[in-house]
Design a binder for this molecule. Structure first.
Ligand code: SF4
Ligand code: SF4
Ligand code: SF4
Length: 372
């Protein structure tokens, strides 16, 4: 039987998203065609503020898509996921030794407080809207062209940082120069570099998605609600080889899930990347809303709740005392709040930097203490 491999198609889809962004910027800024404004996850605060714009419509469509396809948006259409996987590919090609060690064993570090972390970041994202609601400054509107495509990115309003940043740099004061493009572009690339290369390097592939992305808080509650949602499904006997589990970038124990949950992966972290389907030499898995086939050949039983011991969804929880684990989240939030003064996206630079530095220092101190 011909076996479909999905990775090529998925990469094409992620490249297509970036081409769409480029096309949109060219339409808006070069050709002056301004039909619809920025389409991005910033539609979440827009939606809650009652501002129906292109981004808000995109968020509604993404939520509806979860009811049918699960988090396929994450695996196939999120531009940040594209950047995260691009950084993974580059670091593997460059054979960066520290990263190779993580990657060869699919080591995925995480924190026990990841939901707290994601929840606080989501709260910070919504803070302006919450203040807006508390002040009762309601202002509903429908405008497909607002906000402009580069809003909240370096270079917006001819400034390198946000208008109320403590330091700033005016761009294009004496007519546009090449530097006026390069400087904000470099700042944007630096932010994405921290979210992708740096975070992946220290915490394993897809660290941003697994540890910090605030949009997981939005998407996860809609998972497994609808009977029409497609899920990774067993369609023939599983041998229990565990290749699928060992290759899942989200650290989901796929073979355990299909064993315990009627042949379905019900884990809400599944981003439909289809690595598990592609890696299975026995063609046991597909993405379907149909009932799973029964497991007729016996395989060794899996523990149903391995997280009650030391592992959770195969992710490695760093051996940090829960107090330090918790403080690292608070430290990251404080650092992120400081850097966010430069503009919304700078929050991630401070938060990721603070999180990594705090945890590395604590681990270093603990290992020195245990050696002495
Ligand atoms: S978890 Fe966040 S960053 Fe990752 S793919 Fe989903 S929306 Fe994108
Ligand atoms: S689903 Fe396929 S890859 Fe996963 S354990 Fe079963 S046989 Fe192995
Ligand atoms: S369960 Fe399969 S499709 Fe879902 S994230 Fe893991 S590898 Fe990707």
């Amino acid at each position: 039987m011909h076996r479909v491999q999905f990775q090529g198609r998925r990469i094409l889809s992620l490249i297509g998203v970036h081409l769409y962004i480029l096309f949109h910027l060219l339409l808006w800024y070069v050709f002056g065609v301004k039909i619809w404004g920025k389409t991005a996850m910033m539609g979440v605060p827009s939606l809650l503020a009652g501002h129906i714009n292109a981004a808000a419509i995109m968020v509604i469509l993404i939520i509806l898509s979860v009811l049918l396809y699960g988090r396929a948006f994450c695996g196939w259409a999120c531009h940040l996921r594209g950047a995260i996987e691009f950084s993974d590919w580059v670091m593997r090609k460059l054979k960066i030794s520290g990263y190779r060690k993580l990657r060869e064993n699919n080591l995925l570090f995480n924190t026990s407080f990841r939901w707290l972390f994601r929840g606080i970041v989501f709260f910070i994202l919504l803070l302006p809207v919450i203040i807006y609601w508390i002040r009762r400054e309601y202002y509903f509107y429908f405008n497909l062209q607002a906000p402009t495509p580069l809003t909240d990115l370096p270079g917006n309003n001819n400034l390198l940082f946000s208008a109320n940043a403590p330091v700033n740099m005016q761009l294009a004061t004496h007519g546009l120069t090449i530097l006026d493009f390069i400087i904000p572009f470099a700042a944007g690339i630096f932010i994405v570099f921290v979210m992708t290369f740096v975070f992946n390097y220290f915490y394993g592939q897809g660290a941003f998605c697994r540890i910090m992305c605030p949009y997981a808080v939005l998407l996860v509650p809609f998972m497994n609600l609808s009977p029409w949602q497609k899920k990774i499904t067993r369609i023939s006997n599983c041998t229990g080889c565990r290749a699928c589990s060992n290759n899942c970038p989200q650290g989901i124990d796929v073979s355990r899930e299909i064993y315990h949950y009627n042949g379905k992966v019900i884990n809400r972290e599944c981003i439909k990347c289809y690595h598990c389907i592609d890696i299975c030499s026995y063609q046991t898995l597909t993405d379907s809303r149909q009932k799973a086939s029964s497991q007729t050949k016996p395989i060794s039983a899996y523990e149903k709740t391995p997280w009650l011991n030391s592992l959770r969804h195969l992710q490695v929880i760093e051996p940090l005392h829960p107090v330090f684990d918790f403080i690292s989240i608070i430290f990251a939030i404080v650092c992120g709040s400081i850097t966010s003064r430069l503009g919304g996206f700078w929050f991630y630079v401070g938060a990721i930097g603070g999180y990594i530095i705090f945890r590395k220092l604590i681990c270093l101190c603990l290992s020195e203490k245990s050696q002495s």
